[in-house]
Write a protein that binds this ligand. Structure first.
Ligand SMILES: Cc1ncc(COP(=O)(O)O)c(C=O)c1O
Length: 429
């Protein structure tokens, strides 16, 4: 009987005692030791943008060198956003207008809006409900796509080598959207370095951030100068500027636009990069603890990483509630967990085939691409993406920057909520 149940068994959303209260979770972002010094040095440098006259080495060039080294590619072109990184990566390929690009249905809207902005049409691909990523075996090349945009979703890498083999046998190029995967590794190779081009976001919530920023990496010596022009109004570094002269020359082999990262962002990224490996270690250690603890909680699971993924980069960590009555819904689970933990737990975004954010028809310039997009998706279903969007809840990676006790708290809260669902005591509409 409800009235006789201990307050600790009653969910916090129903007025019970929360699993955790009064103990804060780690803050995000965490400021690296050298961040103030880096920002101050830009502040008084007289160079706040890469288009300013030469005085000293740009923080942008220093960051590009260091991030290319981190990912293991020859080139890195920083940008103002991850969305711009995707845009210039797609533009650099010189694909024919209206060409099709395979894009997963389960990703942030920018993966698809960048395709439209580049004059191409996204064709959505379902997610594997075990992994959350594109299933290499299930890719349908019958639409003769010009490219495949592979997304490493949440904390799970997609199988880029297998997808690349399939794509190249159909004449399609592969771009990695590694916006959520800085430092993840597949058989020792970093996310972003496995395909022709890799794109990153350095927006606030990402594991490496300067507020708003991005980067494209590649080993392709011909694409790198095109990427530079595409992000700096058709200009690129000429490498011979003396004090007072511009570093950028009007090379203009391809028309670009301004997607440049500012000097404050680049300097901050240099400092934050120093912190990243240590943060990965803490998060991944805690994730192992959580995996062990959650194995004893019936009805919930973490996404299964591929055996080839030898390092995780946690971004948003999904916990999947498999037995979940439709009328209960994962929004209720997220609210119940948030109340137990004093931490924001949230649901994945709506899959792109029905996302309110993906509305190309609201842009007259995209009319032809939009019509094709609508026609292509009329009879398609995305059961894998729908399943994960309806059954999982997400934890931001900052929750993994603390202690083993935090993992025990998450497990206790998940167990409490899963227990209520199993007992048939969750809301049923
Ligand atoms: C998978 C993915 N692609 C692209 C982006 C876009 O990056 P930005 O917000 O920096 O433009 C994001 C941002 O969340 C993302 O998660």
């Amino acid at each position: 009987m409800r009235g006789s149940r201990d307050r600790r068994d009653t969910l916090a959303v129903d007025g019970g005692t929360p699993v955790r209260s009064g103990r804060p979770w780690p803050d995000w972002p965490q400021v690296a030791a050298g961040a103030e010094e880096e920002l101050r040095s830009v502040l008084y440098s007289g160079r706040w943008a890469i288009s300013s006259p030469h005085r000293r080495e740009l923080a942008e060039q220093r960051f590009a060198r260091r991030f290319a080294g981190y990912v293991g590619t020859r080139h890195c072109v920083p940008t103002d956003h991850g969305s711009s990184a995707l845009l210039i990566a797609l533009e650099s390929l010189g694909l024919e207008y209206g060409g099709i690009v395979l894009v997963p249905a389960l990703t942030w809207t920018a993966s698809a809006t960048a395709v439209f902005r580049a004059g191409l049409v996204p064709l959505l691909v379902d997610a594997d409900p075990a992994t959350g990523t594109m299933d290499a075996e299930a890719l349908d090349f019958s639409s003769t796509p010009a490219a495949v945009l592979v997304v490493h979703w949440a904390c799970r890498m997609a199988d880029v080598p297998t997808i690349s083999r399939a794509a190249s046998s159909h004449g399609a190029v592969v771009i990695e959207d590694a916006a959520q995967a800085h430092g993840a590794r597949w058989q020792g190779r970093a996310a972003g370095s496995l395909a022709l081009l890799g794109c990153f976001s350095m927006q606030h919530s990402k594991v490496l951030t300067c507020g708003e920023g991005g980067a494209v990496v590649t080993n392709d010596d011909a694409l790198a100068p095109r990427l530079e022009e595409l992000r700096a109004d058709s200009r690129r570094y000429h490498g011979a500027a003396r004090d007072g002269e511009l570093d950028l020359a009007e090379t203009a082999t391809v028309m670009g636009a301004n997607h440049c990262l500012d000097e404050f962002g680049a300097a901050l990224l240099c400092a934050q990069l120093d912190l990243l490996e240590a943060q990965h270690d803490v998060r991944n250690r805690n994730y192992q603890v959580l995996s062990r603890l959650l194995a004893d909680v019936p009805g919930v699971r973490l996404l299964r990483p591929a055996p080839e993924q030898d390092r995780l980069s946690l971004y948003e960590v999904p916990i999947v509630f498999d037995p979940l009555p439709r009328e209960t819904g994962n929004a209720w689970v997220a609210d119940a967990l948030s109340a137990e933990l004093g931490l924001r737990v949230y649901t994945p975004r709506t899959p792109l085939h029905r996302s309110a954010l993906l509305r190309p028809w609201t842009r007259p310039a995209l009319a032809a691409l939009s019509d094709r997009f609508v026609a292509l998706h009329r009879d398609r279903a995305f059961p894998g993406a729908e399943y994960l969007a309806a059954h999982s809840v997400l934890f931001h990676h900052s929750a993994f920057l603390g202690t083993e006790q935090d993992m025990a708290d998450i497990t206790a809260a998940v167990g409490k909520v899963a227990g209520v669902i199993a007992a048939g005591r969750s809301p049923r509409g």
